[in-house]
Ligand binder design. Sequence first.
Ligand SMILES: C[S@@+](CC[C@H](N)C(=O)[O-])C[C@H]1O[C@@H](n2cnc3c(N)ncnc32)[C@H](O)[C@@H]1O
Length: 226
Amino acid sequence: MAFKLDSVVPWGRNMEEYKLMFRLNDSDMSKKIAGFGDGPACFNCEMTERNGNVTSFDVIYQFSKSEIERRIEEVRVTVMQQMRENMDNYVWKNIKSLDELENIRMSAMRKFLADYEKGRAQGRYIFHELPDRLPYGEDCFDIGLSSHFLLMYTSLGYDFHIAAMTEMLRVCKEIRIFPIVDLDANKTEMIKSVIEYFQRDYEVGIVTTEYEFQKGDNKLLIIRKK
Ligand SMILES: C[S@@+](CC[C@H](N)C(=O)[O-])C[C@H]1O[C@@H](n2cnc3c(N)ncnc32)[C@H](O)[C@@H]1O
């Protein structure tokens, strides 16, 4: 069945947020990075502006700029309404209000849209659906990132997450997943099982981040080859 853009809620974060979520230091920022499920985040665009090396993968990159733009406008009202209804579940420290949140997110996504066609032509935005095999050899990337996608969408099931992260670990020397809670900010049994699975063969660490927006979502999972 063809993938439908209507099934995705494109909502993007910026480079500063990626830096905090993934604890990316100056040395990390100069490495070869793959972003999985980067969607309309402007991390790739902002990193490219500072001569970084980021390749982003997402199912939405099969669509045109105008199709993604239309979908962002469609979900904007619903997402902001949901945020309004669930304000108590969030920490309003770095981002102080709903208006500020909407401005930050929309400005990130506009930056992404302005960069999208050029980045796609340069091979920086690649249509790919996890857990499908990526067209790269082993350890092609230094760090693989997943923000607000893997471990969060628990309805995709244990097998999906294991297969997706296994494929990421084939092409990346290490992967970082943030956050490690589900959409309701709960650390589920499934998340614990996924972590236990990788602990058998990899170095697995959970570190605290300075980034905490959804209450309790300040933990980053790092998995490295031994
Ligand atoms: C909530 S967005 C997060 C965007 C970005 N990482 C950020 O934090 O700003 C989740 C992204 O995961 C992508 N996605 C969902 N299923 C996917 C799959 N099987 N393979 C690749 N990307 C997927 C969606 O298209 C969407 O862009």
